[in-house]
Design a protein around this ligand. Structure first.
Ligand code: BG6
Length: 281
């Protein structure tokens, strides 16, 4: 079978040998192996029992990014902390695609009170020989307009952060969360990481390139999403996270496509789609 569920994890298998795993908890992609190489980072200390968002893979941020004073939801919203329904395989040709769904009636009473909207999320994860595609559809099932943020919080596995760079963000404005949200314009063609980095690049082009430092290149093509966050916790933040090894900041970088700098406004009855295709060059 190209996709099967066991113990709340769906495993995708492509005839090329590529595989992916998606936990029903958060519909979090926790593994993507292509050409025999694991491309995603999951912390050795990640908590996988559903009591906390998974530290690694692709947690799905919805309906808020960070925290919002007027919306009493936990950081990054409820999607990454909820069990999603597995809808099964969508296609089965050159690609293996599986879908997951989350509706407002699957939330806790507190979550529904904090974000009182009727909605349906459908998340499609598609595996090809050399690509992973993750696309989210949001359907507003109310008659009023809904506002949300969403982001694919992708943790990429790298050999050594010292040799990693991200291309495609030059000349874009970013909010620097390490500097209290101060905005600046990026002037580097290749963004490298040598300290804590937590930047929200705003309204950026759809094509990015991640050089993982070991000769491998990943192309990240987003669609329907405006912004890109680049995050590495570096030494002190790593030490402060109970579900992240002290030295693991060397082995990961988050490049997170999303719409987070501004609210997405979705009118009643309407559907929004956004996502990313990650390709091995
Ligand atoms: C990033 C944010 O997207 O997620 C960071 O920009 C945040 O500020 C990071 O620290 C991790 O968040 P969390 O809730 O998974 O620890």
């Amino acid at each position: 079978m190209p996709a099967q569920e066991s113990n709340k994890v769906v495993t995708l298998q492509h005839p090329s040998g590529a595989t992916a795993k998606v936990s029903l908890f958060g519909a979090t992609v926790t593994s993507w192996i292509s050409n025999g190489i694991e491309r995603l980072f999951v912390s050795k200390d990640a908590i996988l029992d559903g009591s906390k968002a998974i530290r690694g893979g692709i947690p799905l941020v919805f309906p808020i990014f960070g925290t919002k004073a007027h919306i009493p939801l936990p950081q990054h919203g409820f999607a990454r902390n909820s069990y999603w329904d597995y809808l099964g395989i969508l296609t089965d040709n050159d690609e293996v695609a599986v879908r997951f769904s989350l509706k407002d009636n699957q939330l806790t009473k507190d979550q529904r009170q904090s974000w009182p909207h009727s909605f349906r999320l459908v998340y499609t994860v598609t595996l090809t020989a050399t690509q992973l595609k993750t696309y989210l559809t949001v359907k507003n099932e109310d008659s009023d307009t809904m506002e949300f943020n969403t982001l694919l919080h992708t943790y990429f596995r790298v050999k050594d952060i010292a040799n990693v760079s991200v291309e495609g963000l030059s000349s874009y404005t970013f909010a620097d969360k390490v500097a209290g949200g101060a905005t600046s314009v990026e002037n580097r063609d290749k963004i490298t990481i040598a300290e804590e980095v937590d930047r929200v690049y705003q309204d950026v082009q759809d094509h990015l390139q991640l050089n993982t430092g070991d000769g491998q290149k990943l192309m990240i093509d987003k669609s329907g999403m405006k912004d890109t966050v680049v995050w590495n916790p570096w030494i002190e933040k790593a030490q402060g996270m109970g579900d992240f090894g002290n030295e693991e900041y060397h082995e990961m970088i988050c490049v997170e496509v999303g719409s987070v700098a501004q609210w997405v406004h979705l009118e009643g009855g309407q559907t929004w789609t956004g996502g990313q295709t990650i390709s091995i060059a």
